[in-house]
Design a protein around this ligand. Structure first.
Ligand code: ADP
Ligand code: MG
Length: 651
């Protein structure tokens, strides 16, 4: 609990006790006044002064806020509504005192009291979901330790250059992305991926910032600047998430802007028109007091707090719950779109498969197997494509980069480069056709075939194979059972492999051999082809060659751990643990959040209309009104908090 929340709680308790005491003593007070023979105005003033004590204790900040609103020329907010209503009720009570009967001050104070209780409750709830998100925020490192002249020195992570060696002691956060050069340890990645099992790492392993080093000291050579590191990227995402508003939230803001003035004018009409009508047409007592009182209750009830508060809170909780499961959602609007998804389109490599290929065979090469792989690794030296990363790994030796120049990566085709003065082309059959090499089909149909041509002459091929992620099949099943109608796989790979992966996973619609621009075209056609029909298309990819598709889809989902920075930027949702099962989880969370939002809208507006009607007719007084209002708000807030509770599905 924050200091402000604690002090508000104390104010609530103190003023409740004072109010109870005054209420209990009011009889005694009245007889004492009569006994002392105090004149009516004096007695009324004394009562006013006494009741103002709890009123000011509980309401002073609301009154201040209302005045501030008037000063800033934006008076139509709930603080003003509260002030008009409670002060109006107090003035009515004073007026009744002055005319010799006993006014009900309790009501004015109780209204303020309930209102503050509701506000308090809401701020505690917001704090809870904010804490959930700031657990993620907690990944921000405060320093990096570098070695200067054999001495450890703590510096701002911002000041560490790429390629520096940093030391991360047990218990510390890894401040910057890098590669382990010394030590073995285990890392807690929970804040990033929601994965509770620690990960073992050793020399040569990549580590991403934001993980916590658990067991022993590590030396890490940084591969990125702090600003480009995972931790900074994620923090940017989370910090910007709440600024992207959903349609429901925008609706509420607009709604409140029209609603509040309408309510205020209706209240004025309710206070003035019936008495005037009674005087003019019925010639009876205008009953000003009754109607002013009804107008005031009307004002109290009309406060749209439950809606205004609970809807952003629901989205906020949904985003918080998702991040708890290792799913970063960049804004409320994306939760809304995700909840409407009925088509999920997958990229194959790196998304449904691990994207870490093993070399299975080398065929037909005039070079030795080792020499061919070395040449290929040199040509691939600058690429971050999963194929390229795997081929580099297959070449055990550290490449001599001075042997290679003029590297050109052609998306969906492969690589052209000059190695030892020769033009080397590494890629698929399309690339071979491009360079005019007479390639040979591989009889082996187990994997992806990487053809190699040297100076336009065919030099053989390397067969590499990828592994399907263990959870991919379950991910497809979960999507089907969660109501996704169409599941599609797009890939730049050959149709043989594409078909076999699709068959294993139970995907019936496959489009192979697509260039990156073909994928964009396909998604574009699928979205425009649907026209005004309902439903949204989600695209899940690893972002190598598919960042444009990620941004074209209604909603782009990127693999965060292996995906490229471009993908994380282009995507709307980022899966921290690269597990395709999280897509169904994300859709589930989105649907649940939207369901909660709808429940809250219907419930809050329904109760509100009912109470407004009852108060206009004089059936419900201010007590019931406030009680209903605070009750609705508390229920809506509690309902919103359900979005925080998320479970991760397992295969
Ligand atoms: P996917 O859609 O499966 O993610 P890409 O569009 O990235 O595939 O690549 C399609 C095909 O292009 C690959 O299967 C491979 O044959 C070839 N290719 C792409 N990049 C490279 C590379 N760096 N080295 C060799 N071949 C490549
Ligand atoms: Mg890909």
């Amino acid at each position: 609990m924050t200091k402000k929340q604690r002090s508000t709680l104390i104010r609530i308790i103190v003023s409740t006790l004072l109010l109870a005491a005054l209420w209990a003593a009011s009889g005694a007070l009245a007889s004492a006044m009569t006994a002392l023979g105090a004149p009516v105005p004096a007695a009324a003033l004394i009562r006013l002064a006494l009741y103002m004590i709890p009123y000011i204790i509980i309401g002073h900040d609301v009154i201040r806020k209302a005045f501030k609103g008037i000063k800033n020329r934006q008076p139509m907010d709930e603080s003003l509504l509260m002030c008009i209503a409670t002060m109006g009720a107090a003035i009515l009570a004073f007026y009744e005192d002055m005319t010799g009967s006993v006014g009900e001050y309790e009501e004015a104070i109780a209204v303020m009291l309930f209102y503050q209780t509701g506000e308090w409750f809401q701020s505690v709830a917001v704090g809870k979901s904010r804490r959930n998100i700031s657990e993620l925020m907690d990944i921000r490192p405060d320093h990096a330790t570098i070695m200067t002249d054999g001495k450890a020195e703590q510096v701002d992570p911002d000041e560490v250059a790429i390629g520096s060696e940093i030391i991360v002691n047990p218990g510390e956060k890894v401040p910057i992305d890098g590669i382990v050069t010394e030590g073995t340890s285990s890392l807690d990645t929970a804040a990033l991926t929601g994965e509770s099992l620690p990960r073992n790492i050793g020399i040569g392993d990549e580590v991403i910032s934001g993980c916590i080093n658990l067991t022993s000291p590590l030396t890490i050579r940084t591969t990125k600047e702090f600003g480009e590191s995972t931790v900074s990227k994620i923090l940017d995402l989370v910090e910007n998430a709440s600024s992207r508003k959903s349609r429901s939230e925008n609706f509420i803001t607009k709604f409140a802007r029209i609603y509040t003035p309408v309510v205020v004018y209706s209240a004025v009409a309710l206070a003035v028109l019936p008495p005037v009508a009674r005087m003019l047409f019925l010639s009876t007592d205008p009953a000003w007091g009754t109607f002013i009182y009804r107008a005031l209750s009307f004002l109290v009830i009309s406060c749209p707090c439950a809606l205004v508060v609970s809807i952003p809170l629901s989205f906020f909780a949904g985003i918080g719950g998702a991040s708890h499961a290792g799913i970063l959602v960049k804004g409320s609007n994306y939760l809304e779109t995700l909840s409407e998804a009925d088509t999920v389109v997958f990229d194959k490599t790196g998304t449904l498969t691990k994207g870490s290929f093993e070399v299975d065979a080398v065929h037909l090469s005039p070079l030795s197997e080792e020499e061919l792989i070395k040449t290929v690794a040199l040509a691939e030296s600058a690429s971050s494509h999963p194929i390229s990363v795997s081929l580099k790994k297959a070449c055990k030796k550290e490449p001599d980069l001075s042997r290679v120049s003029n590297i050109e990566e052609i998306a969906g085709h492969g690589i052209k480069a000059v190695v030892d003065g020769k033009n080397v082309a590494v890629g698929n059959t399309r690339l071979m056709v491009d360079v005019g090499a007479r390639y040979v089909e591989c009889p082996d149909d187990a994997g992806t075939v990487i053809h190699v041509a040297i100076d336009g002459d065919y030099a053989g091929h390397i067969v590499i194979s990828d592994v399907i992620k263990p959870d991919s099949a379950a991910a497809i099943q979960h999507l089907r059972s969660s109501g996704i109608k169409r599941i599609v796989m797009l890939t730049g790979d050959a149709s043989k492999i594409a078909d076999s992966v699709a068959k294993t996973l139970g995907i019936s619609e496959v489009h192979p051999e697509l260039l990156p621009q073909d994928k964009v075209q396909w998604v574009d056609d699928a979205i425009t082809g649907r026209g005004a029909e309902k439903g949204r298309l989600a695209f899940a990819g690893d972002g190598i060659n598919d960042a444009p598709v990620l941004s074209r889809a209604d909603i782009g989902i990127a693999m965060g751990a292996m995906g490229s920075d471009a993908a994380i930027e282009a995507a709307d949702v980022v899966l921290m643990d690269d597990n395709p099962l999280r897509i169904a989880d994300a859709i589930g969370i989105a649907k649940m959040t939207l369901r909660i939002v709808k429940e809250n809208i219907v419930f809050a507006i329904g109760i509100k209309l009912l109470c407004l009607l009852l108060s206009a007719l004089g059936i419900a007084g201010m007590w019931l009104a406030v009680f209903a209002d605070v009750g609705v708000m508390v229920l809506c807030v509690l309902n919103a908090m359900r979005a925080l509770i998320t479970t991760k599905s397992v295969a």
